[in-house]
Design a protein. Structure first.
Lengths: 272, 312
């Protein structure tokens, strides 16, 4: 695989799943305690592993790994984390008009940003776009395929449990219904990477220091040549309420009869 | 008159529970219900022979996911029929096809819905099952949505003649090459997402599945697992319940030797009833159980199984 490969990873700033997450009066997910989505570490790790493999098998190839985030100012912390894990360069699409973006608006804006970055930074390199399997707040898993459609109808190989780059194509293992598939598509392509694919590395102190010097470019919709109309959401949230919290019920300690007591409970509740 | 398109990436000789549920959902909503599918089985539209289905649309060649031609098929069908609503099961392949179709049709997409109305609104639970939301199509048409299974109790409509099949001028694209396919081994137990009872095993079973299997068989339950169990290779990954596995919502969920991390809870906390057995009384799973047993599963399960046998 001669020439150069640009692996662009998409990462999202999401509310910390370990804390209580809420939807505010404005019907938007509150993200004061935002972090890099845990599931977006897997595509970064996948990109770094592809680079490491190509350095051995095709040393004449240069591989560049970048991270793109779309989100408000606070999202820069998540982008920084992506650089610490190992991306070389960051791009932050930050525009007020993208607040409350749905799948449609998100994929439109991200497609615009990817096209812009590719054209202005490395038009000659092959492009591989990697995403997480799902964002922790949107949880749709729909952005990758929609994005591929918008990038001129590229192939989207979603839910990859493993991936490799071989000459000018990407080969992916995935599950489709009740079959496992090995599928391939030529570059450029979009691949969403699951948590089965690898074990993301933990940034050490050296990596954290190094990340401080990595370049970050902030982009607005105007920079991408996009108008607000082009990224207008199609879906709006009209109501949101917390599900009644599950209350802890009866707890018993096994005194030698717990199996029987459990059977009593199931029988009483009509569950046997 | 509501025109509904239901999208299945493939139809086999036996409909899946999720597919049957969608037919029930769709026929309840629409006066015209058309199925779009990339692939029909050897007996053609026979499995779709239920009342209320107007017809079936396929391509000129079989189209296998993840070929983007599936989305093109949906887009073409939507244009022909002026669909008001496009529905599919909430599986990755269908989400992909509908996501692409939504971009091509310039309209909105809602995934993982628990219900939809004829007027473009859908309900869904978000943030790992902790919030209920209603979303509405504010721009564009049709509404495109994927529906989670186990969300309607509607019965499958009555059997009818097999609907007519019409081929649309769309064929496989060649954009993706399928190099290999292998069946995921069948467990012989009910499908996880469709079972009314789920027994789930965690690291506490320590590699020995005999007791949880016996309990599942006794209850006619599906068998699931935490990620520790599937990562260790004690069960296939398809059994993993949680954020990055399947989401289940059965009448009864029995958690055995699972601590109850947030990622595990995300896949089961909308279950009707939750029962847990764990030897650690501080295990977070007990925060959400209806009935919790603090004890050793190797003592509790044999007694439970024999008690269940006695009572039936
Ligand atoms: C990105 C990401 C995604 C993830 N997705 C998922 C997911 O989808 N699903 C999932 O399950 N996890 C997921 N996890 C992992 C999750 O965080 C937990 O690590 C996992 O759920 C723990 O599995 P466990 O409860 O089986 O094991 P442990 O946490 O080790 O718990 C074992 C439990 O068994 C009990 N036990 C031990 N012996 C006995 C005995 N003899 N009798 C009774 N009880 C006993 C112990 O008290 C303990 O509570 C994910 C993690 C990450 C980072
Ligand atoms: N705002 C965003 N910025 C960057 N990447 C995103 C954004 N939203 C979604 N993605 C990418 O798309 C994947 C799937 O997201 P979703 O479709 O929302 O579940 C995520 O794991 C990210 O890789």
């Amino acid at each position: 695989m001669p020439g150069s490969l640009h692996i662009l990873t998409l990462v999202k700033w999401v509310p910390d799943a370990q804390l209580e997450r809420t939807i505010g009066e404005d019907r938007r997910v509150e993200r004061t305690e935002g972090v890099l989505g845990e599931l977006d570490e897997y595509p970064i790790e996948a990109a770094l592993q592809i680079r490491e493999a190509l350095e051995k098998s095709a040393p004449e190839t240069t591989v560049r790994v970048t991270a793109l985030i779309m989100g408000p100012d606070g999202a820069s912390t998540a982008l920084k984390k992506a650089l610490q894990i190992g991306a070389d360069e960051g791009f932050h699409l930050d525009d007020e008009q993208l607040a409350a973006a749905d799948i449609y608006a998100t994929s439109a804006a991200l497609a615009g940003a990817i096209t812009h970055i590719h054209k202005n930074h490395d038009a000659d390199s092959q492009l591989l776009v990697l995403t997480g399997m799902a964002s922790e707040d949107g949880e749709s898993g729909a952005v990758p395929a929609q994005l591929a459609q918008r990038l001129g109808g590229l192939a989207a190989l979603t839910q990859a449990t493993s991936l490799t780059v071989e000459s000018d194509r990407v080969v992916v293992d995935r599950v489709s219904g009740n079959t496992r598939q090995k599928v391939a598509a030529g570059l450029p392509a979009v691949v969403s990477v699951t948590d089965q694919a690898n074990e993301p590395r933990y940034p050490n102190f050296k990596a954290i220091m190094k990340a401080r010097k990595k370049p970050v470019t902030t982009l607005s919709l105007a920079d991408l040549g996009l108008t607000a109309i082009a990224v207008q959401s199609k879906i709006s949230l009209i109501a949101a309420e917390p599900r009644p919290e599950r209350e802890a019920g009866q707890i018993i300690h096994d005194d030698g009869t717990a199996g029987t007591q459990l059977a009593d409970y199931l029988e009483k509740e009509g569950l046997l | 008159m509501t025109s509904v398109l239901i999208v299945f990436d493939r139809v086999d000789e036996q409909l899946t529970g999720a597919q049957a549920e969608l037919l029930a959902h769709g026929t309840a909503l629409g006066s015209e219900v058309v199925i779009v599918t990339g692939q029909l089985p050897a007996n053609g539209a026979e499995p779709l022979a239920v009342s209320g289905i107007t017809g079936v649309l396929t391509g000129e060649t079989p189209i296998h996911a993840p070929d983007p031609a599936l989305a093109e098929l949906v887009q073409t069908a939507a244009g022909e029929l002026q669909a008001d609503l496009i529905l599919g099961p909430d599986t990755p392949d269908t989400v992909d096809a509908l996501a692409r179709a939504a971009a091509a049709l310039d309209t909105g997409l809602i995934t993982g819905a628990t219900g939809v109305t004829g007027s473009g609104a859908a309900t869904k639970t978000v943030l790992a099952g902790t919030w209920r939301t209603t979303a509405q199509l504010s721009e564009g048409s049709p509404l495109i949505a994927t529906l989670k299974s186990n969300t309607t109790s509607a019965d499958l409509p009555a059997v009818a003649q097999a609907p007519e099949v019409v081929e649309l001028p769309v064929s496989a694209s060649g954009l993706v090459e399928i190099l290999e396919t292998t069946e995921v081994p069948s467990t012989g137990r009910p499908a996880l997402t469709e079972a009314s009872t789920v027994v789930a095993a965690g690291r506490g079973v320590d590699g020995d599945l005999s007791l949880v299997e016996e309990l599942a068989d006794e209850l006619g339950a599906a068998l699931g697992a935490s990620r520790e169990v599937t990562d260790a290779g004690w069960m296939d990954h398809s059994a993993q319940i949680g954020q990055t596995g399947v989401t289940v919502s059965p009448q009864l969920y029995i958690s055995v030797g699972i601590s109850g991390a947030v990622q595990q809870k995300a896949g089961m906390q909308t279950s009707e009833r939750i029962v847990a057995i764990n030897k650690d009384e501080d295990a977070p799973v007990f925060e959400i159980t209806d009935f919790g047993v603090v004890g050793d599963l190797n003592h509790v399960l044999p007694q439970l199984i024999s008690e269940i046998r006695k009572r039936r």
